[in-house]
Design a binder for this molecule. Sequence first.
Ligand SMILES: Cc1cc2nc3c(=O)[nH]c(=O)nc-3n(C[C@H](O)[C@H](O)[C@H](O)COP(=O)(O)O)c2cc1C
Ligand code: SF4
Ligand code: SF4
Length: 267
Amino acid sequence: MGLIEINHLKCTQCGLCAIACPVGIVVVGERFPETVEKIEKRCITCGHCVAACPTAALSHCRMAPEECMDLASDWRPPVEKMEQLVKGRRSIRRYRPDQVDRSIIEKLLDIVRYAPTGMNVQQVQWQVYLDPAELEQLTSITVDWLYTLLAQGAPGIKGMLKAWERGEDPILRNAPHLIIAHGKANDPAANYSSIIALTTLELAALSFGLGTCWAGFLFQAANKYEELYDALNLPPGHIMYGGLVLGYPEFEYARIPTRKTVNATWR
Ligand SMILES: Cc1cc2nc3c(=O)[nH]c(=O)nc-3n(C[C@H](O)[C@H](O)[C@H](O)COP(=O)(O)O)c2cc1C
Ligand code: SF4
Ligand code: SF4
């Protein structure tokens, strides 16, 4: 088959596939949709042509309509639900020790595959920690890094180190899991993609009763402290682009805290 194939019995010639293609590859031909052959190689396999077709008449050479999940007619959450979800999310710093089933984390990552990526390159890779002993080791190395910063006179670290000395985990919050997004160091878009994927994961985790918190100090140490970078043991040429700790929250919040008002310029 070519880039796309049209089932003439199903096609109603509505033209939606053509207007959905972000690259302009699919156009309305004399009767049925066709492609502009000389720009076919610019196809980003976004699947918009397949997904837009109301009658499943269009097959892409890398994506048949039968492979694509149906979209429920009521898939958009009502505004009140979405508002509660986005505003109700909190950075969780107290976790129950219970492990999260690997199948749940797999489902989460499966959902997050759909976070947008520039040019649809889908380059985000994950490193998932299931063993709390490994998290303890990563916290300990990050704390070593903080002590080196303290020795250099860096401000704002003493409190965290005091917490560590009291037996607390100010880095990974004694969470049972850590999920790291990583990618090639020389990929200029991997940073964006990873942050978007992690942000999507943070929201998706709420539906599973899970909580998350950004592992900001671990992230800084990963790219500045060789001992931690080595301990992460990422594939050659990869760097960490961000990470979240994950687990079941120890308690539920009762209300949504206030935030600054919107700061927007309207033109
Ligand atoms: C950082 C970033 C930059 C993007 N820039 C553009 C853009 O300039 N123009 C555009 O049409 N789409 C842009 N996109 C959308 C992607 O092409 C799109 O997310 C991808 O093709 C997957 O399609 P989907 O979002 O419908 O799943 C961008 C996405 C991201 C994450
Ligand atoms: S997959 Fe996306 S870019 Fe490729 S032809 Fe279809 S709509 Fe156009
Ligand atoms: S969207 Fe489907 S039905 Fe409409 S023109 Fe394209 S292939 Fe035909």
